[in-house]
Ligand binder design. Sequence first.
Ligand SMILES: O=C(O)CCC(=O)C(=O)O
Ligand SMILES: [Mn+2]
Length: 191
Amino acid sequence: MKISLPDADIEYIENFYSINEATALFDIFQQHLLWRQDDIRMFGKTVKIPRLQAWYGDNHLRYRYSNMTLTAQPWATSLLALKSRISDYCHHDFNAVLANLYRSENDSVGWHSDNEPELGKTPTIASLSFGAEREFQLKHISTKTKESIMLAPGSLLIMRGNTQNSWQHCLPKRTAKIAPRINLTFRKIIT
Ligand SMILES: O=C(O)CCC(=O)C(=O)O
Ligand SMILES: [Mn+2]
């Protein structure tokens, strides 16, 4: 399904994986990915980022993200099957994936665009969700228009073209209790 937003090219496939597959994949990734708790420096202070992360990709690719440099772990076999299915669906070659584990409603990611220079000018980002459903928000950079999409387990969200140049996105904290969620964003680093 196309999500019709100005200056964006966004597609959402709710049942890219069945609910049974999504549940099994959540368990595998939660147990087997090399989750790390990174820090960032903000206003001169060191703070823990509010989620766990893991970075996998070809040839120890490096990725600078919010002042951190992550060096890719070699592909875990559990990720390769997903990469190939998503690459076929998107007709796009991905060479890395950033995994996020939101342990609870207190974990989040703040407003940002996936606009690091190593992604190129019009990156294609393929984002898979497992575990609890969470609200993904979008905000147009100049008009400030907001939109939100509930990302269901097993869903695939694809952002292409100008989306990262015109919109920011975030995954806000919530007050009501929420179970853990894993998000995998497949990317192509241009070296
Ligand atoms: O968890 C999500 O759905 C979004 C994650 C994200 O925006 C990112 O890792 O850049
Ligand atoms: Mn992002």
